[in-house]
Design a protein around this ligand. Structure first.
Ligand SMILES: [Zn+2]
Length: 380
């Protein structure tokens, strides 16, 4: 058994330390209970242990122990009283406490991207127009050089309404628009050239809901009409747009394509960011780099199945961004523009597709599942 005299001294030291360390009233009450509790308190434990001291020592040790107990009681009472006095009156607000940060939401990534695209074209002097999602056959197909028997209608897997409804534009709508190109027609019907506009909005197709398709997605259509508007203007505007959105380092090319309402038509491709346009990823250390890996220019002839082929661009070095072309004269005739006098170009892109490319997202459905852990990653 420890020497009772020594136990007394070390208990005093321990108490002084704990008292200094106690910051709050509840800390102080904790110390009080630990030392002064009748049952199991450290002081009563010490008093009991004096029974094992030599009989002639007991009176002196008992006196010392009682003094220590009185000191502990007095010190605790003083501190608890001081703490009670410092306690703010009930209902007081401590203005020195740090504020609670409100959780602020933000716009959906697709909205952010749409605003970004609108911002770029607004700076290029384009008007932003919107129109009805319920559309009639004339504005969705016929005026865009797709008469009823035109095979191009097969390209669009359209969602038709079971019965016509009156659209916002006042016409009898029979379908959910498959593109926002109808807005080009609506605008040209009411306005004379020059025209410089984009039409963003939701469009609908009978597509599967899978990695790269949704039955509803967001499109941005653009139209420029004037005297002397040429393919060079198309390339200039779209190149400036692509570099603004994807960065100056990207190569841009036009690739011949086909759309019923433009002639000639072209897809705009940008060089792949994942492989730097080489069509294959940089060889891993230890691998023998083949000749193609050192090519600076994109290499469309590469075998996509080859080892190291870039999965992002499937080995071509290029990523398709949007469709475009010079407006077909038949479209101008439909809206009463003189195709001998005016020329123009049109383009269209899917915002979801651009989002996948820009942020390297692999599954388009993530944008529609409203999982905040995903959505919160895209801040303005
Ligand atoms: Zn690539």
């Amino acid at each position: 058994m420890a020497d009772p005299g020594q136990a007394l001294t070390s208990l005093r030291q321990q108490f002084e330390q704990e008292l200094t360390g106690a910051r709050t009233e509840s800390d102080l009450r904790g110390v009080r209970d630990r030392y002064l509790a009748r049952k199991g308190g450290l002081v009563s434990g010490l008093l009991k242990s004096l029974g094992s001291a030599p009989i002639e020592e007991r009176p002196r040790l008992g006196q010392l122990a009682n003094t220590l107990k009185a000191e502990i009681e007095a010190a605790l009472t003083a501190r608890l009283e001081a703490a009670a006095q410092a306690r703010p009156p009930k209902g007081t607000v401590d203005v020195t406490l740090p504020g609670r940060q409100p959780v602020i939401g933000h716009r959906h990534p697709l909205s952010l991207l749409r605003e970004r695209i609108e911002g770029i074209f607004t700076r290029f002097g384009f008007l932003v127009i919107e129109g009805p999602e319920l559309e009639d056959d004339y504005h969705n197909f016929e005026a865009l050089n797709m008469p009823p028997e035109h095979p191009a209608r097969d390209m669009q897997d359209t969602l038709y309404l079971s019965s016509p409804v009156r659209s916002l534009a006042g016409t009898a709508a029979t379908l959910l628009r498959t593109h926002t190109s109808g807005m080009q027609i609506r605008y040209m019907e009411r306005n004379s050239p020059p025209v410089r506009l984009i039409a963003p909005g939701r469009v609908y197709r009978r597509d599967q809901f899978d990695l790269t398709h949704t039955p509803m997605f967001t499109q941005v259509e653009g139209l420029v009409v004037g005297e002397g508007v040429s393919l060079a203007d198309l390339k200039g505007i779209l190149t400036a747009f692509a570099r603004e959105l994807f960065g100056d380092a990207r190569q841009v090319r036009l690739r011949p394509s086909f759309f019923p309402y433009t002639e000639p038509s072209a897809e705009l491709d940008i060089s792949c960011a994942a492989c730097g346009g080489r069509g294959r990823l940089a060889p891993k250390p230890g691998m023998n780099p083949s000749g193609a890996a050192g090519l600076a220019a994109p290499n469309p002839g590469m075998d996509p199945s080859g080892a190291g082929g870039c999965p992002m661009c499937k080995g071509t070095g290029w990523i398709e961004v949007l469709g475009s072309g010079m407006v077909h004269p038949a479209v101008f005739e439909a809206v009463g523009y003189d195709p001998e006098r005016f020329t123009g170009f049109a383009f269209g892109m899917g915002i979801e597709r651009i989002a996948l490319l820009k942020w390297g997202v692999e599954d388009i459905r993530l944008f529609y599942e409203n999982d905040l852990r995903f959505l919160e990653q895209f801040r303005p």
